[in-house]
Design a protein around this ligand. Structure first.
Ligand code: TTP
Ligand code: MG
Length: 361
């Protein structure tokens, strides 16, 4: 008889994340970029550009260039970098090829963004077998797609995701259940899910910079400080997370945004640019042969204050008119009183077109 175990069926969860994804694809397509700092984003216009950085390769990161920073700052920090506009079509094709390679190796697979996915590989039985799988996937993605991934392995999604970030680029990090607490302790509070700049500030005022600092608070204290989210934080800081790897939650999205050359209160112009974004997104959807459920408009005002507004349709759509109508309606309340810096439109919860009509022969 086998003795009862504390963890009768430990889950084996992998999180795979491509390294410097957009930049890595560009380097693959154009080997002359190898070794040079590469920044993907808006046109820097010799330092006068007003858009943002999508990503930078690791050579550019050494100069302090990173995702989401104004492109003008990237230019100042690393003027010798190669600056490229993003090529979404190319990245989506690369993403699909990598996901197609990973998917069959999982018991359950969930892509969560263009460059990351969770694999439930519990049937492999042990963390050692899961480590071997992680290494094998890394080797195959390199060999077959000429791209680099980092992989985290843990007893749940939370730990696996933090682990994939632990030794980037090109890392494999395995965190067995008995090591979860010590692995998480030194991480900054921002590593936890749901902790953005505002929550981090409140935590800091409570003396919490690291996850270990949160571990020292009682659940009651965290509940009184954060409400229901406090209970979530309490469990997260201990590495507890029972979310399943769920293929139904695949969250791919397609989006476009435009930064204006100058902040503008010409709302007719803003609406025109929004419509341009809608048209481009619609073209991408058609090309992918997909429809969408959720539509989002993003608006950034002068001073960088950013808002987004979202609607989810009962039935998926692939119609340009539906997208344009929803985008206009979502944007309307934003278009008053303030100058606009950026407008964007995206679609998510992408699904294959529904068969509305039965096929006839
Ligand atoms: P990330 O996985 O966050 O970044 P990365 O793959 O470039 O770098 P690494 O994982 O090695 O740290 O995002 C994946 C891609 O998504 C990234 O290549 C570009 C895009 N992206 C943006 O367009 N804007 C952003 O603000 C971020 C964070 C990512
Ligand atoms: Mg990545």
């Amino acid at each position: 008889m086998t003795p009862p175990s504390l963890h009768p069926h430990p889950r084996l969860i992998l999180h795979a994340d491509l390294d410097a994804f957009f930049a890595a694809v560009e380097e693959r397509e154009n080997p002359s970029l190898k070794g040079k700092p590469v920044v993907i984003g808006s046109d820097p216009k010799e330092g006068r550009g007003r858009g943002i950085v999508a990503t930078a390769n690791y050579a550019a990161r050494r100069f302090g260039v990173g995702s989401a920073m104004p492109i003008s700052i990237a230019w100042r920090r690393c003027p010798q970098a190669v600056f490229l506009r993003p090529n979404g079509k190319l990245y989506r094709a690369a993403s699909r090829a990598v996901m197609d390679l990973l998917r069959p190796e999982a018991d359950i697979f969930q892509q969560v963004s263009v460059d990351e996915a969770y694999l439930d590989a519990s049937s492999r039985g042990t963390f050692e077998a899961a480590r071997a799988l992680a290494r094998e996937l890394q080797r195959r993605v390199q060999k077959e797609q000429n791209l680099s991934i980092s992989v985290g392995v843990g007893p749940n999604k939370l730990v696996a995701k933090i682990a994939s970030d632990h030794k980037k680029p090109g890392g494999v990090t395995v965190v067995i259940p008995s090591r979860v607490l010590e692995f998480l302790s030194p991480k900054p509070v921002r590593a936890l899910r749901g902790v953005g700049p505002k929550t981090a500030e409140v935590l800091e005022s409570m003396g919490c910079r690291s996850v270990a600092d949160i571990q020292r608070y009682s659940e009651t204290r965290l509940l009184s400080a954060f409400g229901k989210f406090g209970g979530f934080l309490y469990r997260e800081a201990r590495g507890e997370d029972d979310r399943p790897v769920d293929p139904a939650w695949e969250a791919k999205s397609i989006g476009r945004e435009r930064t204006f050359a100058e902040d503008t209160d010409d709302y007719a112009l803003v609406r025109r640019k929004l419509l341009e974004c809608v048209v481009r997104v619609h073209a991408d959807l058609e090309e992918e042969g997909l429809w969408c459920h959720t539509l989002t408009v993003k608006m950034r005002y002068e001073g960088y204050e950013t808002h987004s507004k979202q609607t989810t349709l009962l039935q998926a759509t692939g119609s340009a008119r539906d997208l344009a109508y929803a985008a206009k309606k979502l944007a309307a309340p934003f278009l008053q009183g303030r100058r606009v810096r950026l407008i964007g439109f995206s679609v998510s919860r992408l699904v294959p077109p529904e068969d509305l009509l039965p096929l006839e022969d």
